[in-house]
Design a protein. Structure first.
Lengths: 210, 478
C-alpha cells in the first residue's frame, strides 16, 4: 500500500531522490497518478506553505521542495486526466518601465512557482502596453508589478490605469511590491494587494485568487 | 583562517611579561595568610615587611611549567554534556555573579533580588544555549550577608546541571561547597574526579590580597577545583593610568597567584581573568563597558593566551541601566572585541554589575550567538569557492534555488528570532516591538515551562543542612 504520509514527509524534508523513488514505486503499484499528485505531492506542498508562513522553513528549502515536486510532476503529467492536469493560476510578473531591477522580482517569481502557479516572468523595463498584450496572450489571472525606485513608482500607477482603460481590469488581480512600495501606495493606485517581501508574496497571491 | 584582534605584538607581550617578573622580584606582593607565607618561604621566596613576598623569575617559570594548559583544562558540568573545554576557541557566556537587584519581568520595576529570583535565573541560564558556565547572577538580599555565598551555592546546585562558578569564603567556604557538590553528584570521590564548580579568586590591587581569598584559593588548589583568577586594577587608582603599566601590574599579580597555586599543588587548574577597568574621573564611579575596558580585556587575554591558558573575561557587563541603545553598543563593542581572546565571558548584568534584567538573558544569549557566528574560522576551499556552481548558474542567473544554497545556507547565515532583520511592514505586523519587548516575551515563555526537580528532596535537604550549619556557626562567632 502506498504511504502518502511518507511521501508528504519526504517532500517537506526536501528529499528529492527519496520522493522520486516513492512516486515511481507508487506508479509501479498502479496507484492512480491523480492520487499521487493530490494526496502525496499537493498536500505536501500545503504543509510546506504553512511551515513557510510560520517561519519554520526558509526560502531555499521551499524552493528545493518545489523542485522535488516539479521533477515528480513531470513523470505524472502524461498519466494525468484533464481534470488533474489543470494546474495553477496564470501569473504575469515584471518590473515596470524605466526600472531595471531584477532580483527581488525574480525571487517573487520563484516563490509563486513553488506555490504551484504558472509564472510568466516577462523581465524588466516593461511598458504598460506590453503588460496588456501579455495579459491577453497568457490569459493571466494575476499581474505582479515591481518597482525599486521612487522615480518609477508613478509608472506603476500608469500601468494600473492602462490595464483599467484596456478593459482587462476585471480579469486580473494586481499585486505590487518593491522596496519603496507600501500598502498605502498600493491602495492609492488601486492595486488589489501588496507584498512586503518575497516570503509573503505567494500567500497574498493565493488569498487574492480565492 | 581564524579571525584575530591584537593590541599587543609578540615583542610587547614579552616585554610586559618581563616587566611583571621585575615587579614581583623587586616590589613583591602581599600575601597575608600564614599558610601562603610558609609555602612561599619553603620554596625559597624572600619575605619582607612581615607578609610581602618577593618572587624570583625562576620560581614563576617553574609554576608556568605545571599550570595546566588550554588542552588540559575542563570546566566540568554536573551533566557531562555541559563540559566546557578549551581545545577549540568557542566563546561562551558565564553568569556574572552578585548583582543585588532585578528588573521584575512582570512589574518591570527594579527591586531587591531574592532567592526565588536566583533559582529562576539559574534555571533560565541552564536553558540558554550560549551559556557555558552558570552561577549566582544575583545574591539574595534576604539572606544574612555572612553566609550568602553558601546559600547561593545551594540554590545554584539545585537549579542547573552546568558548571557553576561563584565566590567562596575561606577554607570552610570551599569545603562546604565540595560537600554540597558531593551530595549533588553522589559522592565526594565522584565530585573530585569531575568538580563541577570553580571559585573566584580576586587580588586586591595594587599587589595585595585578603586572607580569606588566599585560604579559599589554597583549599581549591589542594582539591584541584579550578580557580577563576583575576586581578582587576582601576586605571589611575589602583594601578598606573596607562594601559601598559596596568597590564604589567595585573599580569604580575596573576603570575604571583599562579606561582602559589602550583606550589600548593602542581597541576592545579587556573583560568586567567582580569577585571582591569577604568573610572569616571569626575564621580569615581568605575566603568566595565567603556572602550578602555574593551582594550584591557583584549590585552589581558593576549597575556593569558601567551601562557596557553584558558581565558575568562567579564565582557558583557553594561554600564547602561536598562537594555537600551547604550547597552546594545556596550554589548557589541566589548563583547565582540573580547570574544577574540576570551573563552568565557561574564555577562547578563546591567548598571555595571548591580542589576539583572530577566529579558537581558535572552538578549545576551542571542548577542553571543551573533558574535560566535562572526568569529567563525573562514574556510576557503573547493566547496566554499563553489566555482562549479557559479559556472552552472552563469550570468544573470540566481543561486536561491540551487542545491549548494539549500545545503549551506543554515550554517552560512545566522537566523535570529530575537534581532529583527525584517522590513518595516513585517515588523509592524509582528507588533512593532523593540528588542526589550521581544526578549521579555521570550523569557516569559521560558519561565512558563514546568521543570522536573534536578535533585531529590533528600539531597536538597542535605545541601540546606550545610547552609544552616554554616549560618549557625557564623552567628555564634559574632
Amino acid at each position: 500500500m502506498t504511504d502518502f504520509n511518507a511521501m508528504t514527509e519526504a517532500l517537506v524534508e526536501c528529499d528529492e531522490d527519496k520522493l522520486f523513488e516513492m512516486v515511481n514505486a507508487a506508479l509501479a503499484d498502479n496507484v492512480p497518478a491523480g492520487d499521487v499528485l493530490n494526496q502525496g505531492l499537493i498536500s505536501g506542498m500545503d504543509i510546506v506553505g504553512e511551515k513557510m508562513e510560520n517561519g519554520d522553513m526558509f526560502i531555499p528549502e521551499v524552493l528545493m521542495a518545489a523542485q522535488a515536486m516539479g521533477r515528480c510532476v513531470e513523470i505524472l503529467k502524461p498519466l494525468l486526466g484533464e481534470e488533474d492536469a489543470g494546474g495553477g493560476a496564470n501569473v504575469l510578473i515584471g518590473t515596470v518601465k524605466g526600472d531595471l531591477h531584477d532580483i527581488g522580482k525574480n525571487l517573487v517569481a520563484m516563490m509563486l512557482e513553488s506555490a504551484g502557479m504558472n509564472v510568466h516572468n516577462i523581465g524588466v523595463d516593461i511598458a504598460p502596453e506590453e503588460f496588456i498584450a501579455q495579459i491577453k496572450e497568457k490569459n493571466a489571472q494575476i499581474v505582479c508589478l515591481s518597482a525599486l525606485l521612487t522615480t518609477t513608482m508613478p509608472m506603476m500607477k500608469q500601468t494600473v490605469e492602462a490595464i483599467v482603460e484596456s478593459g482587462l481590469r476585471d480579469q486580473v488581480k494586481i499585486l505590487v511590491g518593491g522596496a519603496p512600495v507600501n500598502q498605502a501606495f498600493a491602495d492609492e493606485i488601486g492595486a488589489d494587494g501588496f507584498a512586503p517581501d518575497a516570503g509573503s508574496a505567494s500567500k497574498i497571491a493565493k488569498a487574492l485568487l480565492n | 583562517m581564524k579571525p584575530q584582534v591584537q593590541f599587543l605584538s609578540t615583542e610587547e607581550i614579552q616585554s610586559i611579561h618581563e616587566s611583571s617578573l621585575n615587579i614581583l622580584s623587586q616590589t613583591g606582593m602581599r600575601f597575608p595568610a600564614k599558610e601562603a607565607l610558609e609555602i612561599f618561604e619553603n620554596a625559597g621566596a624572600r619575605i619582607v615587611d612581615k607578609d610581602v613576598v618577593k618572587i624570583d623569575a625562576t620560581l614563576v617559570a617553574e609554576a608556568l611549567k605545571t599550570v595546566p594548559k588550554r588542552k588540559d583544562v575542563v570546566l566540568y558540568g554536573r551533566d557531562p554534556k555541559h563540559d566546557k573545554n578549551f581545545v577549540d576557541h568557542l566563546p561562551s557566556l558565564a553568569c556574572m555573579t552578585m548583582a543585588t537587584s532585578v528588573m521584575d519581568p512582570f512589574t518591570l520595576e527594579k527591586r531587591s533580588a531574592t532567592d526565588d529570583d536566583l533559582a529562576k535565573l539559574t534555571r533560565l541560564a541552564d536553558q540558554m544555549e550560549c551559556v557555558a558556565v552558570n552561577g549566582g547572577l544575583v545574591t539574595p538580599q534576604e539572606v544574612p550577608g555572612a553566609t550568602n555565598d553558601w546559600s547561593t551555592w545551594a540554590t545554584c546546585m539545585k537549579n542547573t546541571t552546568k558548571h557553576i562558578t561563584g565566590g567562596v569564603y575561606g577554607y570552610r567556604g570551599v569545603l562546604d561547597a565540595i560537600e554540597m557538590g558531593a551530595l549533588a553528584c553522589g559522592s565526594k570521590e565522584k565530585f573530585l574526579e569531575r568538580p563541577f564548580i570553580s571559585g573566584w579568586v580576586l587580588t586586591i590591587p595594587p599587589l595585595d590580597m585578603d586572607t580569606a581569598s588566599l585560604e579559599a584559593m589554597i583549599e581549591m588548589n589542594r582539591n584541584k577545583i579550578p580557580i577563576m583568577l583575576s586581578s582587576g586594577p582601576i586605571l589611575g587608582t589602583t594601578s598606573p593610568v596607562t594601559i601598559a603599566g596596568t597590564v604589567a601590574q595585573a599580569h604580575a599579580e596573576i603570575l604571583a597567584c599562579i606561582t602559589l597555586s602550583q606550589l600548593v599543588n602542581p597541576g592545579a587548574p587556573v583560568v586567567y581573568t582580569s577585571f582591569a577597568r577604568g573610572m569616571n574621573m569626575k564621580t569615581s564611579n568605575i566603568s566595565m563597558a567603556g572602550p578602555e575596558f574593551a582594550v584591557l580585556k583584549v590585552c589581558m587575554g593576549q597575556m593569558g593566551l601567551s601562557l596557553d591558558m584558558p581565558i575568562r573575561m567579564p565582557s558583557m557587563l553594561r554600564d547602561s541601566k536598562v537594555l537600551d541603545a547604550q547597552a546594545g553598543f556596550e554589548t557589541g563593542m566589548v563583547g565582540t572585541l573580547s570574544s577574540f581572546v576570551s573563552d568565557i565571558m561574564d555577562s547578563m548584568q546591567l548598571d555595571t554589575d548591580m542589576v539583572v534584567d530577566y529579558a537581558d538573558l535572552v538578549f545576551c544569549n542571542e548577542s553571543m550567538a551573533s558574535i560566535r557566528h562572526a568569529l567563525r574560522d573562514l574556510d576557503v576551499n573547493e566547496s566554499t569557492l563553489a566555482l562549479d556552481v557559479i559556472d552552472e548558474i552563469g550570468p544573470a542567473g540566481n543561486f536561491l534555488g540551487h542545491k549548494h544554497t539549500f545545503k549551506n545556507f543554515r550554517k552560512e547565515l545566522l537566523h535570529s528570532d530575537v534581532f529583527d532583520h525584517n522590513n518595516w511592514e513585517r515588523w509592524e505586523q509582528n507588533g512593532s516591538k523593540d528588542i526589550h519587548e521581544i526578549a521579555l516575551e521570550k523569557v516569559r515563555l521560558l519561565m512558563e515551562k514546568e521543570h522536573e526537580p534536578l535533585l531529590s528532596k533528600e539531597v536538597e535537604a542535605g545541601i540546606d543542612a550545610i547552609v544552616d550549619a554554616a549560618t549557625r556557626d557564623m552567628a555564634e562567632k559574632k
